[in-house]
Design a protein. Structure first.
Length: 644
């Protein structure tokens, strides 16, 4: 990560630190909300010390604009005596407090489960976690802290335990000799966030079956049903960074900015996903913007501005400001909607504060600029189409035989206006458009699509290892092929019923672009006489044609799994033997890869992308040479001696 822009200009205008080494304790002017022009802040007349307090506490006639004004830090006036009397006895606690408020939007459905340990029968609906008082779906503060902490720990790598503990705290260590050790409290205080549903969609109950990895059909009895929040749902995250020692403010602020990158949801970094089934594309989020407000609690006015309000008033003020910033014409584009650029704006608007903490902030960002995560990203364009027969019998240059559009049916219940007319309909899910509106779009499915990749992987590793002759249920548990497959795609369950999580993740639900809906009617044919069976007319609403972008994230990838992914792309690009969705026996669900690029990312930066389609089509390309190296590693990993 490079240092966020704007700090070089800010450094040029810094003032020297005071004798105490901390110039941010008192500021000669207003502390504006991040993004507000400094000139406007300085030009505003300073009101009576008690008038803004009354307005913020909720006196009649107080406007939202007055309630949303920033803290003022005075150099000392007669009114400060009253405020000091008001703030008398306020000892202990943090010296500085930052309100950090973010609006994040779901870009795929998610299920945020409740902390309910009661046993459920198969087919019971798994409920969303809800506030016990209002019943609103919520994202718990502990979940937010866990996601941000996990992202920061992965980003900083093995040597980042200390900085992670600085920001998020750590539990006390226990020793048999010394008893319970001292714990460190978290510098971040987080509130529960509540869901704001889009007007175009509401809470739905998703039902599905586990797909049998051998046959590709729904596994009998493996039914799941759960409540889901739709794409377009907004959560407003409320965080407070508490700084006990002023000299630590810049460093803690930098660590908070790095942790906040986990919910950005832009660029090559997939960030965090919220809720269950995230490996299947659920829970993708994107941050729409941040709002920051700094409170100097060693200053009378700063102390009163924070403690004179109730928790609800402070929360409402922060949420209004965040919503106004995200909805304004000056809102930052998604690629710049992170916390670090906003902190830069705040420091540029406050030269005294920048002189006090700017060096420490920049130093901490530079110290932890390297992202230690190693991950690969495979981006595939799948077309709902298949190659014509003549392309196999008469090979020709690429494009000589155009693809033939196919049909897809990932079943769900028909729409209300189609009940009684249609037996099954293709899956449509809410999707967030570029302007933020929610549209219902056809998809390739999530469980069905992931099961397609998983099924192809298992067939390929069994063929390479020479174990394809045995039944799937007889696949040895200590087989190198089975261990490699389970590591990346997840295990199908042990004898005790437990399953293994997959390392490869579907970043988000694959939405179909283009194509057209189509209604098909079919009958059942009597196997003996070849006649249509009476009363067996079935009508389906399917989707014909179109394409979808599929992104797979592979953490800590090695050459063996890269070789496996290259073979999967080859299968999808040439003559796919597998299909997605229902009706595959009738030719439905054939997809063809028309583009596939594998990109490697590590501490050294982004590597050279490898075009896997070129590796298949062009034997003389550098992409083919890279793929051959990976295939050699795959064969070596699947050799029988690899398991000894």
């Amino acid at each position: 990560m490079s240092a966020p822009g704007g700090r070089a200009a800010r450094s040029a205008g810094r003032e020297p630190r005071g004798a105490g080494g901390y110039a941010g304790t008192r500021s000669p002017g207003r502390v504006p909300e991040s993004g507000a022009p400094a000139a406007e802040a300085e030009a505003s007349p300073r009101p009576s010390p008690w008038a803004p307090l009354g307005a913020r506490i909720g006196e009649p006639g107080a406007s939202d604009a007055e309630a949303d004004t920033d803290t003022e830090t005075d150099t000392g006036t007669e009114a400060d005596g009253d405020l000091l009397d008001f703030a008398a006895g306020g000892t202990g606690g943090p010296a500085v407090l930052w309100e950090l408020t973010a609006r994040v939007r779901l870009h795929s459905d998610t299920h945020i489960g409740s902390a309910d340990d009661s046993a459920r029968a198969v087919g019971d609906i798994a409920p969303l976690d809800r506030d016990p008082r209002t019943g609103n779906p919520r994202l718990r503060a502990t979940t937010q802290a866990g996601l941000l902490r996990h992202h920061l720990a992965e980003r900083l790598g093995p040597g980042g335990a200390g900085p992670v503990a600085e920001l998020f705290g750590e539990a006390a260590t226990r020793s048999a000799e010394a008893g319970t050790g001292a714990s460190r409290h978290s510098a971040l205080d987080i509130d529960d966030a509540f869901a704001e549903l889009p007007p175009e969609a509401g809470i739905a109950v998703r039902a599905g079956n586990r797909v049998d990895p051998g046959s590709g059909a729904a596994a009998p009895g493996a039914l799941w049903r759960m409540e889901t929040l739709p794409a377009g749902t907004v959560f407003t995250l409320t965080l407070r960074l508490q700084v006990d020692e002023p000299e630590h403010e810049g460093r803690l602020l930098a660590l908070a900015a790095l942790a906040a990158e986990g919910i950005a949801g832009t660029g090559a970094d997939p960030g965090v996903s919220i809720g269950a089934r995230t490996a299947r594309g659920y829970g993708a989020v994107r941050c729409e913007g941040w709002h920051t407000r700094r409170h100097d609690l060693t200053d009378a006015r700063g102390w009163a501005d924070w403690y004179a309000l109730t928790w609800q008033q402070r929360r409402d003020r922060a949420h209004r400001a965040a919503a106004a910033r995200c909805g304004s014409a000056e809102a930052a584009p998604p690629a710049e909607a992170g916390l670090a650029p906003l902190i830069d704006e705040h420091l540029e608007a406050e030269p005294a504060l920048a002189a006090g903490i700017g060096d420490d902030y920049d130093r901490a960002l530079a110290e932890h600029a390297t992202d230690h995560r190693r991950r690969d990203e495979l981006t595939i364009i799948l077309r709902l189409a298949e190659r014509p027969t003549e392309s196999v019998l008469d090979p020709a240059p690429s494009g000589a035989h155009p693809l033939q559009p196919g049909l897809l049916l990932v079943g769900e219940a028909p729409r209300l206006d189609a009940l009684g007319e249609v037996d099954r309909a293709h899956l449509h899910r809410p999707a967030v458009a570029g302007d933020g509106a929610v549209q219902w779009r056809p998809t390739l499915g999530d469980t069905a699509l992931f099961a397609l990749f998983k099924r192809m992987s298992r067939r390929l590793v069994r063929d390479i290892s020479g174990e394809s002759g045995s039944a799937v249920e007889d696949w040895p548990a200590d087989s190198p092929a089975r261990r490699l497959h389970a590591r990346w795609w997840g295990g199908d369950g042990t004898t005790h019923g437990a399953s293994e999580a997959s390392s490869i993740r579907l970043r988000r639900t694959a939405e179909l672009t283009g194509g057209t809906p189509q209604r098909t009617t079919r009958v059942t044919i009597d196997a003996l006489f070849g006649d249509a069976v009476d009363a067996s007319l079935l009508t389906d609403d399917v989707h014909a044609g179109g394409h979808a972008e599929v992104v797979l994230d592979i953490p800590d990838a090695d050459d063996a799994v890269r070789g496996l992914l290259a073979l999967i792309v080859r299968e999808l690009h040439t003559v796919p033997m597998d299909a997605v969705g229902g009706g595959s026996g009738s030719g439905h669900g054939r997809v063809t890869a028309t583009s596939a690029v594998l990109t490697r990312t590590g501490p050294a930066g982004v590597g050279t992308p490898v075009d896997l389609i070129a590796a298949v089509d062009d034997p003389a390309s550098g992409d083919r040479r890279a793929a051959e190296t990976w295939l050699a590693a795959l064969h070596e990993a699947l050799a029988p001696e690899a398991g000894t």
